[in-house]
Design a protein around this ligand. Structure first.
Ligand SMILES: NC(=O)C1=CN([C@@H]2O[C@H](COP(=O)(O)OP(=O)(O)OC[C@H]3O[C@@H](n4cnc5c(N)ncnc54)[C@H](O)[C@@H]3O)[C@@H](O)[C@H]2O)C=CC1
Ligand SMILES: O=C(O)C(=O)COP(=O)(O)O
Length: 619
């Protein structure tokens, strides 16, 4: 397989450029440490290429080894543009390997002008690496390194389309972000920022700035990942009662820290202080809104060191104005920097810092080294453990597996949505039924896509074949694979894929097999992925758009009742499939819908007397 990958490589490297042809440094650049040595020949790559998992035309990531008696091409030095301030230890590593251009805070047009002369770009959260940047690179840019966790400032789709690898540094700033959360917690409780400002204005206001104590208070950590668990550990040291909400965190990890995992509602009902540490995803976006604030304990305090977008900022201003939220401490904002007249930032009960969570000397040295090593490794053509968009499968294998790749991801996505909130997933078993000899069926990409389907809807992490196993392991997710041999033609790579999630509760009890696992199975029919089994029920539904699964007693009229409710709301049904144990016994209806039904419509479906349970799933 590795040899096959190596064969499928490489497009020609962009031509080299002389230092004199680089656009001038921006007047706003805070530093310039251009250190070119060999400027004539800059075709440095061993060849880094990306493959889109569903578009085999995009070549695979790999290494161009030397041809007959040829030298490895890495003799020439690549050019790396460092667009935001990076720790010296990382810069030193980069300079040993490449020509390094530190041009900080470039306006977008200057970044675009420079980028066609650079092989790698390193940024933090302040630089938007847009589609325009990839287009302007004319294919020369091979690696973008994000010196930190969140990659919401990099257009990953555009990066993948242009064959550019994106790597990040996910661990080195965890403690810094957690410490900043604790700093904001203490500063907020004791009005440190407001009291300091008052003293500097010549006042001595001892009565105005009476604070609240932390000991004995309940802190709800929302998002019990790397940063959240470090915050929890520290808050316990302050004598706080710590609970956490994270639908996907394993309970034993929480138990090890002495923290109880609770539902979202329990967390917001009971917390004196909420500390946000979840990623910004479509599910978490604006999850702290008017509806949420209506449920919180009056006078709750909120800390946000995650992403501004998880809070509806206008709703937070209203909640601060009416006293529902007593205070907020914010490091991150929907728009950064926020407008100077932002009501939220200027609110007297808000303390704010300019996205400083990762900004300690130690963390910045750590991320600088972490990202420098990842970028250098990628430029050498090595696999990066922290790659976020780099599938690595030869195009011929990809083209054969491509419908199964989609099937694997959709089954994973479907299975995770069947898990009841609060029951963390630990064990995933993927069963392939195939007539192929195991050596002729490379399941890495399928396993990666199952992992992607399971993790991506609940995380900010982007999964591909490079980082799937790494990410699953980091999250305590054990993915095992099993093959069932089918005595038929090996021309077809796979007959079916089954996913079993063990030791979890389901929000749709019918999805549980006799063994008690959430079980879903799919097949490819005429090139289209189909769902063929849910729990013990056989169904046949194409895995496209959205699906409503209903369990009902098999009797006339059910389809019509559901269809009428959907029709009244102008929700278009794309397909219908019924699977039943026996006539007039239990049945499952799978109904494909083009539009997402609103809550009221779903409620009406749930109220049909013969419908015993139902679930709405987004594919
Ligand atoms: N302010 C700053 O400078 C920094 C901010 N961050 C941000 O902090 C956040 C957390 O980072 P890490 O802990 O490194 O990430 P992580 O991926 O280790 O943890 C995120 C956790 O959130 C959980 N989660 C997902 N959806 C959820 C939901 N709907 N409700 C509750 N929990 C949910 C996940 O299961 C996971 O355990 C990210 O948004 C990251 O970008 C990270 C470092 C510095
Ligand atoms: O790592 C993250 O997600 C951060 O938010 C840190 O951002 P920064 O590198 O300080 O711009």
């Amino acid at each position: 397989m590795a040899a096959a990958v190596a064969k499928s490589l490489l497009r020609p490297s962009a031509t080299s450029a002389d230092i004199s042809s680089l656009p001038p440094l921006s007047s706003s650049s805070s530093a310039s440490c251009l250190s070119f040595r060999s400027c004539r020949s800059q075709t440095p790559f061993l060849g880094v290429h990306l493959a889109d998992p569903v578009n085999p035309k995009i070549p695979a990531l790999g290494i161009r080894s030397v041809g007959r008696g040829l030298r490895i091409e890495a003799a020439a030095r690549p050019t790396i543009l460092v667009a935001e301030k990076l720790g010296e230890a990382g810069l030193a590593l980069l300079r040993e390997f490449a020509n390094v251009d530190c041009s900080y805070n470039l306006p977008p047009e200057e970044l675009c002008a420079k980028i066609s002369l650079c092989d790698a770009l390193i940024v933090r959260s302040g630089t938007k690496v847009t589609r325009e940047v990839f287009e302007a690179s004319n294919g020369r840019l091979k690696v973008v390194g994000r010196a930190g966790v969140g990659i919401d400032n990099v257009d990953l789709q555009a990066a993948t389309e242009s064959g550019c690898l994106v790597v990040n540094a996910p661990t080195a700033n965890t403690v810094a972000a957690a410490e900043h959360g604790i700093a904001l917690l203490a500063a907020m409780a004791r009005n440190v920022a407001q009291a300091d400002a008052s003293m500097k204005a010549g006042k001595w206001q001892r009565n105005k700035y009476v604070g609240v104590s932390l000991v004995g208070k309940t802190l709800a950590v929302m998002g019990f990942g790397k940063v959240g668990s470090e915050v929890a550990r520290r808050a316990k040291g302050l004598g706080m009662h710590v609970i956490a909400h994270d639908p996907y965190a394993p309970a034993d990890r929480a138990r090890a820290v002495g923290v109880e995992l609770v539902s979202f509602d329990e967390a917001i009902f009971t917390a004196d202080i909420l500390s946000l540490h979840m990623p910004l995803t479509p599910t978490t976006a604006k999850s702290f809104n008017d509806e949420t604030f209506a449920k919180v304990k009056k006078g709750v305090r909120i800390i946000n060191v995650a992403r501004g977008g998880v809070i509806d900022e206008d709703a937070l201003v209203r909640a601060l104005d009416n006293g529902t939220v007593a205070q907020a401490a914010l490091d991150v904002f929907t728009v950064e920097p926020p407008p100077k007249d932002s009501k939220l930032m200027m609110h007297e009960n808000v303390i704010a810092t300019p996205h400083l969570g990762a900004s300690t000397v130690e963390a910045q040295e750590g991320v600088a080294v972490e990202i420098a090593e990842a970028v250098i490794g990628a430029l050498k053509g090595e696999l990066a453990a922290t790659a976020v968009n780099a599938p690595m499968v030869p195009s011929e294998i990809l083209s054969e597996l491509s419908p199964y790749v989609i099937l694997a991801e959709k089954l994973g996505r479907l299975a995770v949505q069947l898990v009841a909130g609060g029951s963390g997933i630990k064990g995933v078993k993927v069963v392939y039924t195939s007539a192929r000899d195991p050596d002729d069926l490379d399941t890495r990409v399928l396993r990666a896509m199952v992992t992607k389907g399971i993790i991506e809807p609940i995380s900010s992490v982007f999964i591909n074949i490079v980082n799937a196993d790494y990410t699953a392991k980091q999250r305590g997710l054990r993915i095992s694979e099993e093959r069932i041999f089918l005595d038929s033609s090996p021309e077809i790579p796979l007959d079916s894929i089954q996913i079993h999630l063990s030791h979890v509760e389901s929000k749709f009890a019918s999805a549980l097999s006799d063994a008690g696992d959430i079980t879903v199975e799919g097949r490819v029919k005429d090139g289209i992925p189909h769902l063929t089994l849910v729990g013990s029920f056989s169904v046949d539904a194409s895995l496209e758009g959205n699906v409503i699964l209903c369990r009902n007693v098999d009797q006339p009229g059910n389809i019509g009742r559901v269809g009428r409710i959907l029709g009244e709301q102008n929700v278009n049904i794309s397909f219908m499939s019924v699977g039943r144990t026996a006539p007039r016994k239990q049945a499952i209806m799978a109904i494909g819908v083009d539009e997402e039904p609103d809550k009221e419509t779903l409620k009406k479906i749930g109220e049909i007397p013969t419908i015993e349970e139902f679930v709405f799933l987004k594919l």
